[in-house]
Design a protein around this ligand. Structure first.
Ligand SMILES: Cc1ncc(COP(=O)(O)O)c(C=O)c1O
Length: 377
């Protein structure tokens, strides 16, 4: 028996990701070639060619950590810990910070590892449910209610885990809501772990939240180049926190898995970090164009599905209007038209929901294929 339950979503992608023609549910934004990345930084081709391929530093190359720290107010390189993707960072943080019996409040629905790893470690995982609300700032949205925290945590949670912007709903707390979460965590001494891998993809730039490592002395932020930057193949993510004692504990864990990240990836990541704004801006523009198309799609197709529009990120979580099983639909759709949707069942959620991804350049074609298939069925 494995220590972990299988990662349902990753197994679904393993089955379809490299055979489906149109990925209409990817969470990562549009990628681009190494050549283009190298062109962003003069002299980088020679640096790459001359690089020696030994081990790198466990916490990441100092210059990379410094470049990352530059994106957070009040954080130095000692507050940055580079990992092989966000996924490794999640595992290492949980292994370093939690013990069996700890209470962990985790927003739901969410990316499976955020809840599954603490559960496997023997923690008491308490779901904090996102709900769809019709009114409030900006109209209908998915919302987490900070007023539920006292009942869920009982003042005892070791850690509160938030994925903001959220995968799969695209939810983003307002600044007041975020501050209320920080205030509660501070009052009870909980670590606030915020998975920020979709940060920088806000529909409205002014809605961007401060990072957890800026907002709270006991906050830990997670980011990665996979989503806003479309560079998932680099496998470079990081934890950012002022809790350097916690990062020291993470270092103990990291010695037992990847030891350090890939040297060429670190060099390429540093170029991306130095050009983070233009890279993320390009993907924000792709998302904005695609969101306008999706708005039109949902207006034209109320009999098919309805959505609560995402506030940020590159994914949304609509529901089939007839309440049927999205997995049946997804399997037929991919077999007959090559378009892939991700069923909500993979989030342990109501089966009539499904995930859409809108960070890819070929969304217009994928959506046209979906509409043609809907017309023909
Ligand atoms: C919320 C969230 N966190 C972490 C990850 C893991 O990111 P990576 O695959 O780059 O390690 C993902 C990937 O989909 C995600 O959606």
């Amino acid at each position: 028996m494995s220590f972990f339950k299988p990662f349902a979503l990753e197994r679904f992608f393993a089955k379809h990701e490299f055979s489906a023609r149109y990925l209409l549910c990817s969470s990562d934004c549009e990628s681009f070639p190494v050549r283009e990345l190298l062109a962003m930084d003069e002299g980088s081709i020679d640096r790459l060619l001359d690089m020696r391929l030994g081990y790198t530093e466990t916490r990441g190359a100092p210059s990379l950590r410094e470049a990352i720290a530059g994106h957070y107010a009040g954080l130095g390189p000692e507050g940055v810990f580079v990992h092989s993707g966000a996924e490794e960072a999640i595992l290492n943080l949980y292994l370093a910070a939690l013990k069996p019996g700890d209470r962990v409040v985790v927003n739901y629905p969410c990316y499976q590892s955020l809840a599954e790893i603490p559960r496997s470690l023997g923690c008491e995982v308490v779901p904090w449910e996102l709900r769809q609300v019709e009114d409030g700032p900006g109209g209908p949205r998915w919302r987490l209610d900070p007023d539920e925290l006292p009942a869920l945590s009982g003042g005892k949670a070791t850690m509160i885990v938030l994925n903001a912007p959220n995968n799969p709903t695209g939810a983003l707390p307002t600044r007041d809501e975020f501050e209320a979460v920080v205030a509660y965590a501070r009052r009870t001494g909980a670590i606030l772990f915020v998975d920020e891998v979709y940060r920088r993809l806000e529909r409205d730039r002014s809605a961007r939240l401060p990072s957890a490592c800026e907002a709270y002395e006991n906050g830990v932020a997670l980011d990665v180049l996979s989503k806003h930057s479309g560079l998932a193949g680099l496998r470079i993510g990081w934890l950012a926190s002022r809790r350097t004692d916690l990062l020291d504990a993470v270092a103990v864990v990291k010695d037992y898995n990847s030891i350090c990240s890939s040297a060429p990836s670190e060099l390429l990541a540093e170029i991306a970090i130095r050009n983070l704004e233009p890279i993320a801006a390009r993907n924000r523009a792709i998302c904005a164009r695609n969101l306008a198309l999706l708005d039109g799609f949902f207006e034209r197709r109320p009999e098919f599905a309805r959505w609560t529009p995402p506030a940020a990120g590159s994914v949304a979580f609509p529901r089939l209007s007839d309440g049927s099983d999205a997995e049946e639909l997804a399997e037929r759709l991919v077999a007959e038209s090559g378009v892939l949707l991700l069923p909500g069942a993979y989030y342990d959620y109501d089966r009539s929901y499904f995930r859409l991804g809108f960070g890819r350049a070929n969304l217009p074609e994928a959506l046209a294929r979906l509409e043609a298939w809907l017309d023909g069925r």
